[in-house]
Design a protein around this ligand. Structure first.
Ligand SMILES: Nc1nc2c(ncn2[C@@H]2O[C@H](COP(=O)(O)OP(=O)(O)O)[C@@H](O)[C@H]2O)c(=O)[nH]1
Ligand SMILES: [Mg+2]
Length: 468
């Protein structure tokens, strides 16, 4: 996410970070770099201008802190102002009282509305709400099927026209849904049709639905990957249909950042939620402060910790912490459990990208693929419980049996055991392994997980195919 912007901003800040004194011209030099980085990331010019002006005033004015040197203070000011640009505060979703809360999603085709409808529904269901998804996209024949699938995944009800009744009228569907909802549902989410570009029909339909549904919230769903165009799209939706907040989707992609950084100032509405992947759980409130530190490559430990907390149960976490502390207690079984928890947390590179400094490790991170995790899991599963508890039992012949059973090579088994015992040693000495030393991940000199050319592979072919 925001790879290019992050690396340019980090460079600009590196030059001032260590400075004990910061002259006006130091500030101006750094700002030239920062402006260039933002413009290149497609941030709207007006936003770049006011951002730079605000940073300059604060950096040159006397903001004295005993704890920070002037270079560090400058970085703090940049981080602060970036947080402001992104909307300053996380917005809290509020429910209507005594009647269903109505949410309407608008946006271009492919922006991620239908997926978002499912994500929101699941998020609300997890708060003990009973949302109803309403299929008001009757434009494309398979749109209704898509929202039914999404509703099923989220485990919530979907209100859609019966098939065979010809092309339904979205306005009718919405008004029927709203009549039907109060008896069973406390939130109604209306998924509307999009077009490839803003056109009159689309606008007229969305405006009409908004008029009759009187939603508590209308969210404009914006694909963060589309850069500067997002601002133009948002402006035309704002003039014609109107909305209360935006939702940014596809923040997991290599967005240039422009959309996120321009939307709030240009539309004067907050970003409410962030969508970070195709799975229904890849979704959260949009946190301006965390996003700012991520853009500046200062990491997003808060999101990471929250994600970990919701995945690991407390007992598991305590057990793990004890095992890590004692070192010896940490077995391949614990390790397998960890791997499964990591898998539950979601996409591995997106988890690791929340660590500080991840921007600099971008190339390495992109090499980490899920198949490496699967392979590691297969290897451990092919060991007996005794072997998992005591890797020193693993003689040559046992290793080749394991390679056979897991559809891997002896070299891959050896490498996993070596990395595991290195990690175990580090834990014993009181060090927690860093990104490069997690046993399941490729190490720096082990370029990729692919089997080297000519290496012998064991195991049956069917199993092999399913593991690579
Ligand atoms: N990587 C990624 N893909 C997404 C995200 N949100 C939606 N998508 C994908 O984008 C495509 C279009 O999404 P859809 O919900 O159908 O968009 P709609 O036309 O606005 O309803 C689908 O393939 C989704 O799986 C996201 O946050 N990250
Ligand atoms: Mg859709």
């Amino acid at each position: 996410m925001f790879g290019q912007l992050t690396s340019r901003l980090s460079t600009a800040l590196k030059n001032v970070r260590g400075k004990g004194r910061l002259s006006e011209s130091d500030v101006d030099d750094a700002l030239i770099e920062i402006r260039a980085a933002l413009l290149e990331a497609d941030v709207a010019l007006s936003v770049v201008r006011s951002f730079a002006a605000a940073v300059r005033v604060r950096a040159i004015g006397a903001e004295v802190s005993a704890a920070l040197n002037p270079g560090q203070q400058f970085v703090r000011v940049v981080q602060d102002e970036l947080t402001q640009v992104l909307g300053a505060k996380t917005q809290e979703f509020k429910f209507a009282s005594g009647r269903p809360t109505v949410i309407m999603l608008i946006g271009l085709q492919g922006a991620g509305k239908t997926t978002l409808a499912g994500k929101l529904a699941l998020w609300l269901k997890n708060q003990n709400r009973t949302p109803l998804l309403v299929a008001a996209d009757l434009q494309r024949p398979n749109a209704v099927d898509q929202i039914k699938v999404v509703g099923e995944q989220a485990g919530v009800a979907v209100f859609a026209p019966e098939p065979g009744n010809g092309i339904g009228d979205p306005i009718k569907v919405v008004s029927e849904a709203l009549k039907h909802a109060p008896a069973r549902n406390d939130v109604v989410i209306i998924d509307t049709a999009g077009r490839l570009a803003v056109d009159q029909d689309l606008i007229a339909q969305a405006a009409e639905i908004r008029k009759i549904a009187k939603p508590d919230y209308t969210y404009l769903v914006v694909d963060a990957m589309i850069g500067q165009d997002a601002v133009l799209t948002a402006q035309s939706f704002q003039e014609s249909v109107g909305f209360d907040a935006t939702v940014l989707t596809k923040l997991d992609g290599d967005a240039r950042g422009g959309a996120a950084l321009s939307l709030v100032s240009v539309t004067e509405t907050p970003v409410m939620f962030a969508s970070t992947g195709e799975k229904l759980t890849d979704f959260d409130y949009f946190h301006p402060d965390r996003m700012a530190s991520r853009i500046l490559d200062m990491g997003d430990m808060l999101s990471l910790i929250e994600q970990a907390q919701s995945t690991f149960d407390e007992g598991q976490a305590t057990k793990m912490a004890d095992a890590i502390k004692s070192g010896t207690g940490f077995t391949l079984d614990d390790f397998l459990e960890q791997l499964q928890a990591i898998k539950k947390m979601g996409n591995l590179s997106s988890i690791l990208s929340m660590l500080p400094g991840a921007g600099k490790m971008k190339d390495q991170l992109s090499e980490i693929d899920e198949s490496e995790l699967k392979r590691t899991e297969a290897i451990i599963r092919s060991m007996t419980p005794q072997e998992r508890a005591k890797p020193e039992l693993l003689t040559g012949s046992r290793r080749s049996r394991i390679a056979n059973g897991s559809g891997t090579t002896v070299a891959q088994v050896n490498s996993l055991i070596k990395r595991f015992s290195d990690a175990q040693k580090m834990m014993k000495s009181g060090h927690i392994p860093g990104i490069g030393n997690i046993p399941g991940l490729p190490s720096k000199n082990q370029k990729s997980a692919k089997t080297p050319k000519g290496a012998k592979r064991s195991g049956n072919p069917a199993k092999r195919a399913s593991q690579t």
